[in-house]
Design a protein around this ligand. Sequence first.
Ligand code: NAP
Ligand code: ZN
Ligand code: ZN
Length: 351
Amino acid sequence: MTTGYAAVDAKAPLGLFNFERRALLPNDVSIEILYCGVCHSDIHQVRNEWGGSVYPIVPGHEIVGRVTAVGSAVKKYKPGQLAGVGCMVDSCRHCSECEDGLEQFCAHTVFTYNSPDKHTGKVTYGGYSEQIVVDQDFVLRISEKMAAPEKLAAVAPLLCAGITTYSPLRHWNIGKGDVVGIVGLGGLGHMGLKWAHAFGAKTVLFTTSPDKAADAMRMGADEVVISKDAEAMKKNAKRFDFIINTVAVAHDLNPYLTALKRDGVLCMVGVPDSPHPPVDTANLIFQRRSLAGSLIGGIKETQEMLDFAAEHNIVCDIEMIAIQEIENSYQRMLKSDVKYRFVIDMSTLKA
Ligand code: NAP
Ligand code: ZN
Ligand code: ZN
């Protein structure tokens, strides 16, 4: 029996829930979960804001822990090793997306929670729990350099917030000479700042929270623009090569489009529960700008990102919580009061 935290419907607070993980298949790895990050996607899905939530729902897809057992065919992992699990636990393995290492775009991606488990026919349960069983091909290696508890906890949000901002910056070849904007300083946004800075770009934060400016500069921003200040936004017109927008609610995208240079790209990663107000296509046409989107990142690239983070000593800025504080952390995230990712210390499940 595995203990976790689940919501039983879209309005219920999360609480204790016991369930069975599948018995180890030959390619499976069993992981004791030590820390799990709290993503805004957890809130969207717990509250059924995207539709399709299956209850009880056990959220959590920023998982780090140690391997406790492996199936008979597992070669990549041994008991005792550090391991990570992100947003996906399986895919079809043979479509063109899977062959290109972009399993997140497969028509049959199995997400870490709230997704049909192809082996059991039941729904997957995520990382707000004491252990998880995952096919070895969807388990990530974590350097022993990251093993200290406070460091390991700060690695956990790399598994979603980290890869979701790393992947578009790599895909659009962002680096030295580029001017990059990051919209929103939350879990995704703060990692966007760190990567863009590490890749050598001039990095600017767009925020609704002036009190986050000092932290943003410490994380690698060269400048901070208050997005509610229309004059400040106008001053930034035609300046940016690339902007990542991480905001979790619907808002006007046009001020960010006009902030792009000719041929600039606004890449959306935030997934609000309702559509954004209309985009004025003249803002695209007259400067050949693009409006794009990006979804997490494939397994190969997630490993590359974790290795890059270990090499450059990049981790997330976190606030550790006990699992009993989860509702309060959701409330704070909804008020943009997040610094800059909540991570659950899973030992508190036993408290
Ligand atoms: P988060 O930690 O709550 O951060 C979101 C930030 O957006 C806030 O801290 C705030 O930053 C800003 N914001 C909030 N309300 C705003 C408003 N009304 N107007 C403008 N800015 C506002 O959320 P997260 O975990 O980073 O996730 C962000 C979004 O990305 C969610 O929708 C999530 O589901 C989605 N997501 C997508 C992917 C993907 O693969 N595409 C992966 C993970 C998550 P400031 O205080 O700086 O303004
Ligand atoms: Zn996430
Ligand atoms: Zn596939």
